[in-house]
Write a protein that binds this ligand. Sequence first.
Ligand code: SF4
Length: 265
Amino acid sequence: MGRITPEQYKDTTPSAYTLGRIHSVETMGTVDGPGIRFVVFTQGCPMRCAYCHNPDTWKTHAGTLVRVEDLIDQFKRKRSFYKSGGVTVTGGEPLLQPEFVGDYFYAMHHGELGFVHTCLDTCGFAFDTNQIERFERVFAETDLVLLDIKHSDSIGHRQLTGQAPERILAFGDELARRKIKTIIRHVVVPGITDTTHECFELGKLIGSWRNIVGLEMLPYHTMGVNKYEQLGLSYKLEGVRAMDKERLPELRQAVLAGMKHVRTK
Ligand code: SF4
């Protein structure tokens, strides 16, 4: 699509031929958005989260090239399953390919299928305020965002993900400005993000975003570790135990307290 201005955006035509690079699809997804969903995993991610259970999605030039229309065809085959759900794009990092995601979601809202609910599961890192026009269609056609906030502290964020948090927070600010429904996701890792202080600070970070409609505290697990062995990668959290789920309600309360702290200031 190339670079366009917001004014020009209005005149660009979404296309069912837009290409995207994907890792895989899951036809009966139940954890990434409401209801049963057709989930597309995009290929490529600039983050290196220590707990990532999809390291096979990291390489940008791997995976398979598909057109938007290929995904529509696959969706149609099981259409009746998705009545109370819809489609989700996750990754990898979907915002590396905003034209593809935007055109796919456009087809789900305005195409032959009628209206299909769209959900974007992202870490937000590929968002770029200097090229915001590339993301306009994604903003316009996304019904729900699942936004991962990895760590409340800038240094902690770098240590955990290999990247700074500023672009992610800029994306969160933009979603809030546009009032796009957003669920915040936070992976709780023993010894890293499992303190009430960390969770309170996270709440302070997101407290001003009035578009938040949910908060998911995800317990760290070790299910993806064998992928690292297969890929010949070292696993940074070797020896870290799975998160005790019983502590999640307490930590969730700490996030909510941090949000309240900002909102009652
Ligand atoms: S953002 Fe997601 S896909 Fe990318 S490294 Fe982190 S957990 Fe893995």
